[in-house]
Each structure stands twice: as structure tokens, then as C-alpha cells.
Design a protein around this ligand. Sequence first.
Ligand code: TLP
Length: 345
Amino acid sequence: MNHGGISDFRSDTVTRPTEEMRRAMYEAEVGDDVLRDDPTVLKLEEMAAEKLGKEAALFVPSGTMGNTIAMKIAAEEGTEVLLEEKSHIYNFESGNISRLVGALPRPLPSKRGVIPLQVLQQNYHAGERLHIPSTKAISLENTHNYWGGAVLRPEYLQKVGEFSKEKGLHFHLDGARIFNAAVALGIPARELARPADSVMFCLSKGLSAPVGSLLVARKEFIEKALYVRKFLGGAMRQAGILAAAGIVALNKMVDRLAEDHSRAKKLAMGLSSIRGIEINPEEVETNIVIFRLRRMKVENFLEELKKDGILALGFGPSRVRMVLHKDLDDQDVEKALRSISRILS
Ligand code: TLP
């Protein structure tokens, strides 16, 4: 089911709200969330905290803001944050760790989002020397966008959690797509969230709500987050209108993510048999499909695809990203495979 004949594979952020979301938005009971009396926002926050197994939650306008707030509280000027070199927070969030926190982001290599424990250990600085910033936080991403929706396992997260505790670090999880990870593993999202001190997740991606993300953590952390959200200009008034769609997203849109995952697999399998494309379908675990073009330039490829009513994103000099979501069905996948075969033949 595409919109206006266009099959939009650019991102799961393009999903339109469902009828039920629109109805819930229309009917939402609202208050003033800056005064903390919007009942729908409070209900969404309570649900989010419960689903992620944390004490409290805060509704924020975007994933970027949720991550930035977490970093602002977890680290401080002149300290350091360990993160993965291809992470969204490091590459695509306007340099906020440096600009707004004043901390040094230290990008570390990984195997598809998994930074070896030894690498974390080697890069941890206790700050005992005046000229070396002390490490305050670790941030990981689950699922990992750049690594094609790769899933971090609970056993690994547990080890990072233990390391963080031992060193007194804050462990933040950019869980923009944490429900995709949970559905792929067949476990509740709270099992992935447990080792982390804070988690940000998005309602506006595969869960299809129009706007919003949540930051979940302990109560004291979320109390501080309330101040930082205000300082960043992210406090909204009758935000219950938006939160209402988020409640529907959490109640109704999580289990269906499995459909996106199986379509992503189908697309990846199809792509792997097209000459001129490099992809390992085994690596596709969730809703993101990334492949390399062997000969054609990405811009020309995207241009040709567009002529067939298909949109995708360039993700680096020879990489293309296609993301599955609720507004794409089997026919869209078949149409894309036909078009790509034609373009590369
Ligand atoms: N990702 C967007 C683009 O920015 C690339 C997308 O289309 O995938 N963490 C992760 C892992 C993300 O993928 C994104 C958005 C964010 C954070 C930021 O969320 P927003 O866009 O709500 O600020």
C-alpha cells in the first residue's frame, strides 16, 4: 500500500499515521505539558516506562533531542563519551555531543555495531592525568542504522552494562528502533533496555506515529531531563494530541514489525540475485536493507528508480538504503526488484 503510486523506501520515518491514530489524536484529552498536566502525555510516558522496564519516561519531539538530553545529563564539558564510529548520534546529530554538551565523542570501531569489550576497556580513561578527559558515558545503538538494522544481543548489552557499572559510567542506548530489535529476537524490549541506564526510542519510525520519541531512565534522571528538554526548547503544550498517536503506536504497531522484517529479507534475497549488487541477505535481521552498487553511481541509480516511482536513499558513496515499513507491501517489494533488475541489466 503506497501513497500516490510512489513506493517510498527512503525510511520508516515516512510512515503515515493510521486511521486509529488520527481518531485518537482528534479525541485526545489534553492539558499543558509544560505544566505537566496533559493526561495523554502522562499516560504515554507511564506506558513507555513500563514497556522498557524503567522508572520514568519523558516525551520529546525527536530522537535527536532524546539522545542529546541523555548525553547532556550523562556527560559534562571536558569529559568523554565512548560511542560506535558509525553511530547516528556521532554522525547524524549535528555534532551535539561537542556543541551542546562540550564533551569529546570518542568513536570506536565495531563489528556491525558491537564494540568489543576489550576496545571499550582500552579506551576508558579515569581522568587521572590533567590533559586527558575522563570517560563519563558509553552510547550504543540498537538496531544499528548504518549497519543495516543490525541487532545487539542482550548478552552483549549485559556485559557492557557490567563494564559501565564497574567504571561508574552512564550507559545510554539509542534505541530509536529498539522494538525492531525486540521483535527480531522474540523478546520483550525491556530485556534489551535492562542493562542500560537510559534508553531513547522513537514512535515516529516503524511504529508509524507522526511525531515523537521517549527517553526512559530512573526517576531522578528523568527529572533532570525535564529541565534539559525545556532548555533545548522541546517542551510542548497540548502535546497530548501527539502522544495519543504514540499510545496507539505502542499498543498496536509493535507486533506487526515482523512483517517489515520478512519483507526486508525477501527484498534482500531478491537483490542478492541481481548482478551489479553486493549484499549478504543473511545480515538482514530487521527492516533495513543496505546494499552496495558494483558499477553504477548511486545518484544515477536513485534517479532511475525514481522514474519507476520508487524512492530509496544514498547511504555513502556506493551504498543504497531501502527501509521496509507499514506503508509498503509485497507488491512494492516486487515492483522494486523488477525495477532494479531492469536498471542494472
Ligand atoms: N534516522 C533517520 C535519519 O536521520 C538517517 C533515518 O531515516 O533512519 N537514532 C537513530 C538510530 C536514527 O536512525 C535516527 C533517525 C535518530 C536517532 C534520530 O531521530 P529523529 O530523526 O527523530 O531526530
